[in-house]
Design a protein around this ligand. Structure first.
Ligand code: FAD
Ligand code: SF4
Length: 469
């Protein structure tokens, strides 16, 4: 065994537990320079690195890690930025354990290189050193592109097109750009200042961002073409809450995770001393679902003042879809888990407020089409969970608002956009799409990858003059 292999994976320093439970301060504190160098030195610089194809935007991982190992942090940053416009964000929220790290050779016999933590370190180092991206000197092409939605897919697509000399305008429905990065993922996982700083880098590239602009209400896609845009990218995400359609869902104290997290994150209820956004503080909160959204909702409920916060999930721990790290943090902070329980009714008091939730007890049966064992009810077994708030985080779907004014964009049966191959080309000429609105709820980096691929396709479309008049 080489000396390199003997170095253990560097642990991420974390905020102390008492502070975590009472504030929205960021939990993961980031590596020190010494830790980053030590971790980077663990990389064996494989001749055929498996980590690179594991990354949806194909960052030259061995190269940036080698530069980090030499203490050349700004050079490492430049390597990452070649293919990833939002490294401080990705270093915090990407599921590296299922992407680049799972295939790292060191994972065969031990712990993989902490690629995500190193990415975060390098991006944070560059930001603290005041590093500004220098916009490439490109000749303007004279072409205009409209991007609908300022989530990771739209932002990435915008940046890539701007770098190729196109004039890019993003139209965003909400009052701040970022999509789920600002309205969904809480401050304690992804501070707003980090998102704002990376978006400002895009503005420096010349990307214009128009907020409070709902395409489908204020203008249709055809109106955008009429305004002189030569191509359109749709990156509107999958932010429409799904409901359970069970009795009691309309009681006071029942929230969709979308509303709950938007109030807290985007509208600032996490900073109650300085904002006036009302938020109901449940003392006994039941959170339905076990994805990232559920973990974020549960950890938010704790920080707002919840005494008992319980994740209610119809399968078992093994099937929990949230990132392992987030599940671990939720447990450390005191979130409880009730597995194999499916809500069947939310019970209210005389004033119409939630007082409890009736659940069917489940067991796992045969695997379903997703390969996961299907939860099936155990006849006659029910349980009542006392609660004064319920946050529904069982999933989200596509919002069809935009498409009411664009019927020629074909949607599938779930309301997601049908695209031709990987380019993001839709059934409407000149219109491309990517991210959750195409795939359904997925990940930040997959949305970014789709935005990047679509940008290249849009560029070719614009430069080859294939648009019909
Ligand atoms: P979004 O991020 O949803 O952005 C879409 C944008 O389009 C929004 O800003 C919306 O306001 C705007 N929009 C919608 N309709 C219109 C319209 N008609 N006109 C103008 N603008 C419009 N992924 C991870 O990789 N790691 C995580 O840790 C993680 N945690 C998550 C936590 C939560 C709470 C949630 C909800 C998701 C999480 N995800 C995570 C998933 C990830 O955030 C999404 O897959 C990703 O943001 C999708 O990007 P997108 O660009 O497709 O859409
Ligand atoms: Fe380094 Fe792991 Fe990538 Fe090999 S697979 S280059 S060890 S990070």
């Amino acid at each position: 065994m080489s000396p390199k292999e003997k170095t253990p994976r560097q642990e991420m320093p974390l905020l102390d537990l008492p502070t975590r439970k009472t504030t929205f301060r960021e939990v993961a504190l980031g590596y020190t320079s010494e830790q980053a160098v030590a971790e980077a030195k663990r990389c064996t610089r494989c001749k055929k690195p498996r980590c690179v194809p594991g990354c949806p935007v194909a960052i030259d991982i061995p190269k940036f890690i080698a530069l980090t190992a030499e203490g050349k942090f700004l050079e490492a940053y430049d390597v990452i930025k070649e293919t990833n416009a939002l490294p401080a964000i990705c270093g915090r929220v990407c599921p590296q354990e299922d992407q680049c790290e799972i295939v790292c050779v060191l994972a065969v016999k031990g712990e993989p290189v902490a690629i995500g933590r190193l990415e975060r370190f390098v991006a944070d180092y560059a930001a603290s050193a005041g590093r500004k991206d220098i916009p490439p000197s490109v000749t303007p092409t004279g072409k205009k592109v409209a991007i609908i939605g300022a989530g990771p897919s739209g932002l990435t697509c915008a940046g890539e097109l701007a770098k190729r000399g196109h004039a890019v305008t993003i139209f965003e429905a909400l009052h701040l750009p970022g999509g789920v990065l600002v309205y969904g993922i809480p401050e304690f996982r992804l501070p707003k200042r980090i998102v704002a700083a990376e978006i400002n880098q895009l503005r420096d590239l010349g990307v214009e961002i128009v907020t409070n602009y709902v395409v489908g209400l204020r203008a249709s896609v055809d109106d955008l073409f009429a305004k002189g845009y030569d191509a359109v990218f749709v990156g509107t995400g999958a932010g429409l809450p799904k409901f359970l359609n069970i009795p009691g869902e309309n009681l006071c104290g029942v929230f969709s995770a979308n509303e709950y997290l938007t109030r807290v994150n985007l509208m600032g209820a996490y900073d109650r001393e300085n904002t006036a956004t009302p938020i109901f503080v449940g003392k006994k909160v039941a959170v339905l679902g076990a994805g990232n959204t559920a973990m974020d909702s549960a950890r938010t409920a704790l920080r707002l003042g919840g005494d008992e916060v319980t994740i209610v999930y119809r399968r078992t721990r093994q099937e929990v879809p949230a990132r392992a790290e987030e599940v671990g943090h939720a447990e450390e902070e005191g979130v409880e888990f009730r597995f194999l329980r499916a809500p069947v009714e939310i019970l209210g008091d005389a004033r119409g407020w939630v007082r409890a939730m009736r659940c069917q007890v489940m067991e796992l049966g045969e695997p379903d089409e997703s390969g996961r064992r299907r939860p099936v009810p155990i006849e006659g077994r029910e349980e009542t969970i006392e609660c004064d708030a319920v946050v529904n985080a069982v999933g989200a779907g596509a919002n069809k608002l935009l498409f009411r004014t664009a019927p020629d964009i074909e949607l599938n049966k779930w309301g997601h956009i049908v695209t031709k191959g990987e380019t993001g080309e839709t059934t409407k000429r000149g219109v491309y799409a990517g991210g959750d609105i195409v795939t359904g709820a997925a990940t930040v980096i997959l949305a970014m990858g789709a935005g990047r691929t679509a940008a290249q396709a849009i560029h070719e479309y614009l430069m080859n003059g294939r648009k019909e008049s």
